[in-house]
Design a protein around this ligand. Structure first.
Ligand code: C5P
Length: 234
């Protein structure tokens, strides 16, 4: 348990329409430092959208979950280096060499960018792994892939809140841990299954929590952000 540990909120801006998304961000004033943009909006609105969000004074987590041969991933990171982004995801199951090339490209083209490794998607369970002839359990595989990410020099990992304690125990402060699947007490869980509240995620040791629908679908998103932030700083 890490009561004195600081944990920041990242808003997952999963909204179809760009104007609505920008209006929502504006409605939260200067409460939010971080916004996560995923494939849905990046493939629709592209780099200009990232500039627009950054011009609102926000740090951007671009969640593209890159996974390809090492050269292609490295070149993609070089291409993205012109964008005002602060975090970027790639799949650790792309392998050690892919991550090493990625880290090298990031160090050369955008030294402040944090590369985060996605280990096992939370939509994948032990049965799904077995279908791919992977014999490790999801929990074992997360730790295994995290070891490769460490060897490659990645900055952090995206993981379930339920994996945080084991990862902090094994890797200490080496990685920033970014956790989705967070729900304030009383809010709808949607399709998220293994959830924690913001306070529980912080106590487990998450460095950042990613929250989307409980803020986006709130009657008053600014109040939802204020209440989550309060829980994280109490
Ligand atoms: O709306 P909600 O709070 O569930 O949004 C969580 C965000 O985190 C979404 O953008 C989702 O794609 C992302 N995410 C997740 N689980 C993962 C990885 C990413 O929910 N394992």
């Amino acid at each position: 348990m890490q009561r004195n540990h600081s944990c920041q909120l990242i808003l997952a801006l999963d909204i179809e329409d760009k104007k609505e998304a920008i209006d929502l961000v504006n409605s939260t004033g200067d409460q939010l430092e971080w916004i996560k943009v995923g494939l849905q909006m990046f493939t629709k609105y592209g780099p200009d959208y990232i500039h627009e969000l950054s011009n609102l004074g926000k740090k951007i987590f671009l969640d593209l979950k890159l996974h390809d041969i090492p050269n292609t991933v490295a070149k993609a990171i070089e291409s993205l280096s012109a964008l005002p982004i602060d975090m970027l995801t790639l799949h650790t199951c792309g392998g050690l060499e892919m991550m090493q090339w990625a880290v090298k490209a990031q160090e050369n083209s955008k030294p402040d960018l944090q590369l985060l490794g996605v280990t096992v998607l939370t939509s994948m369970d032990d049965n799904g792994l077995r279908q791919m002839d992977i014999r490790q359990s999801a929990a074992e595989r997360v730790v295994h892939l995290a070891g490769l990410a460490q060897e490659a020099g990645m900055s952090g990992l995206v993981c379930s809140t339920h994996e945080v304690v084991a990862l902090k125990e094994k890797f200490g402060k080496q990685f920033k841990l970014v956790t989705p699947g967070v729900r304030p007490a009383g809010s709808a869980t949607g399709d998220q299954k293994r959830i924690m509240t913001p306070g529980q995620a912080r106590e487990a040791g998450s460095d950042y929590i990613v929250v989307g629908r409980p803020i986006i679908q709130a009657a008053n998103p600014a109040e939802a952000v204020a209440s989550i932030t309060k829980e994280l700083t109490q």
